[in-house]
Design a protein around this ligand. Structure first.
Ligand SMILES: [Zn+2]
Ligand SMILES: [Zn+2]
Length: 344
């Protein structure tokens, strides 16, 4: 399969970001990304999607109700090819319309904590009665930053040593995800930058603490395509969306070491499956993880660690059913979070 690396949560000057679409594509190229999806707040920008040299820039929308207090329930919509913000007062209506249009929907930054420095509300997902969405954003870089800085001094520290602040998805977000997938239905996990290129005033200093270039090298989503890209926007968008819909993807914090080449697969008799897939047990199932660099590898079944190994491989023979996913840490920092394989 062909691996492509992308980022699927960012803002331009059309909402509260500081870069244009072209600048975003250039930044993504510098960070080594293959594709990005721009998600401006409550606006779908027509006519800017396409290849910018090597980077495929696609345009989605981050839909939320501006009249809600707090403004929780941010929904990422990809591939609707129209603006869904008019439906924002009902997340279910947005999801239903997106599904009718063959689009993908992801509940953004599902868990958030208020920022003590910027006095910002927690804007996690509140309406858990919704159904029919594609997946959830398990790791949002800017939400993590917002939650973890207790004082302006800490923010300053982050500004100069951003990598040191990375821990991983919030445990509460992973728990929520495990509860959803334990029901046996795929809920695709993605990660995103939520890049805005914002400058922050830190006492006497003003600094863009998380420039696009940095964020595009950090929390990315890697997808596995069944066929090579064609260099044509329509075809390649469909390939990327198919991989996302199928969950053939993992979240990689590439700034801690590139996660390109990560693998997680299951075999049982002649059956084989990779991330997002299903496998029927014929006796036992062998789950095999390989990583491009050494790490602390954990295989998790329905929220419980069932195997753990240090290094670049982990193999586990299971006779249990369930949703098996992988977490890999480098030191105390979260590095790779795979989508689950369902053993039936
Ligand atoms: Zn948001
Ligand atoms: Zn956003």
């Amino acid at each position: 399969m062909i691996e492509l690396v992308g980022n699927m949560h960012m803002h331009t000057t059309y909402s509260d970001g500081e870069a244009t679409h072209r600048e975003i594509a250039e930044s993504a190229a510098r960070a080594g990304l293959d594709w990005v999806i721009v998600t401006d707040h409550n606006i779908w920008v027509k006519g800017v999607a396409g290849y910018y040299d090597t980077v495929l820039l696609l345009v989605g929308e981050e839909v939320h109700d501006c009249r809600r207090a707090p403004q929780a329930n941010h929904l990422l919509v990809f591939g609707a090819e129209c603006e869904l913000a008019p439906l924002a007062s009902s997340p279910q209506a947005v999801i239903d319309e997106a599904n009718a249009r063959g689009a993908l929907t992801f509940l953004a930054h599902v868990v958030e904590y208020p920022s003590r420095v910027a006095k910002e509300d927690a804007l996690g997902w509140a309406d858990w009665n919704v159904t029919g969405y594609t997946g959830i954003e398990i790791w949002n870089y800017m939400s993590e930053f917002k939650a973890r800085i207790p004082t302006v001094l800490h923010a300053l520290q982050y500004a100069y040593f951003p990598k040191a602040g990375i821990r991983g998805p919030f445990p509460k977000a992973l728990n929520l995800w495990d509860q959803l997938t334990a029901k046996g239905k795929l809920v695709v996990g993605i990660g995103g930058a939520d890049a805005h290129g914002n400058s922050y005033s830190l006492g006497p200093l003003r600094r863009t603490i998380f420039p696009y270039d940095y964020l595009f090298s950090a929390v990315n989503t890697h997808v596995l395509l069944n066929t090579p890209t064609a260099g044509n926007m329509t075809t390649d968008q469909a390939l990327i969306f198919d991989a996302l819909r199928a969950g053939r993807a993992w979240v990689g914090c590439d700034v801690l070491g590139s996660t390109r080449g990560f693998g997680f697969e299951a075999r049982s008799g002649l059956a084989w499956a990779t991330m997002g897939g299903d496998i029927q047990r014929a006796g036992a199932v062998t789950l095999q993880v390989t990583t491009p660099l050494p790490g602390d590898i954990r295989i998790v079944n329905n929220g419980r660690i069932v195997a753990r190994a240090a290094g670049q491989a982990c193999k586990y023979l299971s006779t249990e059913a369930g949703a098996f996913r992988v977490e890999v840490y480098r030191g105390s920092q979260g590095w790779i979070f795979s989508n689950p394989i369902f053993v039936r």
